[in-house]
Design a protein around this ligand. Structure first.
Ligand code: ZN
Length: 246
């Protein structure tokens, strides 16, 4: 399912909002505030705010193809610092790895009021049968959180592709729906950490190559009609890049 124009800008138009909601029921409401950063974060900082920072810069894990990821562990080490520098450079900020008000504002600008990111909605990641995050291999709350983390990596991917809109064809899947469509029995879609992407006007190989720098630890071959990405290493699994490093 892809539309020629930015799907998000269409969905946000007041005129079609009702129709869109009827097609795709939105069950998801959530926290309605920007993350309350309360201090400048830098190397050596620890805590829940560092964890949130790591989630948000995880898509800036590497400059070049590398099986490298930002550990989501609440400890601001060199890997987090490097990711912050890349994020800062990409968003026109001084790349000093100090996460103060300017960088915090840039991070919050990527967030929507329901906790999703500015270019992605939870409704794009819910199970295509039920419109929920229920029925997978983890709780609905965990699946939704994994989808949120995926969104931040996709924001980085989108930025690296020159702000090309990314369509998510499949995000979270229930066990039942995954079986219906012949998905792998332990598919990362069952955990909410996977997404199948289409980027109109961009070759899948290019999407794959950019995804190699975004901390994704599961990449399906690019010779398909979509590009699968997932973060299985965040779940303690081994890396799987089907094409290797391209
Ligand atoms: Zn997939």
């Amino acid at each position: 399912m892809s539309l020629p124009m930015s799907r998000r800008s269409v969905l946000r138009g007041a005129v079609v909002l009702g129709a869109a909601a009827a097609v795709s029921p939105l069950l998801l409401t959530g926290t309605a505030q920007a993350y309350p950063w309360s201090r400048t974060l830098k190397e050596g900082s620890t805590g829940a705010d560092v964890t949130e920072l790591q989630i948000r810069v995880a898509g800036w894990a590497a400059d070049h193809a590398a099986q490298s990821r930002v550990s989501i562990d609440g400890e601001f080490g060199p890997g987090t610092a490097a990711a912050v520098r890349r994020f800062q450079a990409a968003y026109g900020l001084g790349a000093d790895a100090q996460v103060g008000p300017g960088t915090q504002a840039a991070l919050n600008a990527l967030e929507q009021s329901d906790g999703s990111t500015v270019h992605f909605n939870f409704s794009e990641f819910t199970d295509r049968d039920s419109g929920t995050f229920n029925g997978g291999k983890v709780s609905a709350a965990t699946a939704k959180e994994n989808a949120r983390r995926c969104m931040y990596k996709l924001e980085a991917l989108r930025k690296k592709l020159g702000n090309k809109p990314i369509t998510v064809n499949s995000g979270f899947r229930s066990i039942a729906h995954n079986a219906e469509i012949g998905g792998a029995s332990d598919s990362m879609h069952l955990y909410g950490t996977a997404a199948d992407l289409n980027v109109p006007g961009v070759a899948n190989k290019t999407v794959y190559q950019k995804a190699e720098t975004c901390g994704f630890s599961g990449l399906e071959t690019y010779n398909t009609d979509h590009q699968h990405v997932d973060s299985r290493a965040d779940l303690g699994r081994s890396w799987w890049w089907e094409n290797g490093t391209v």
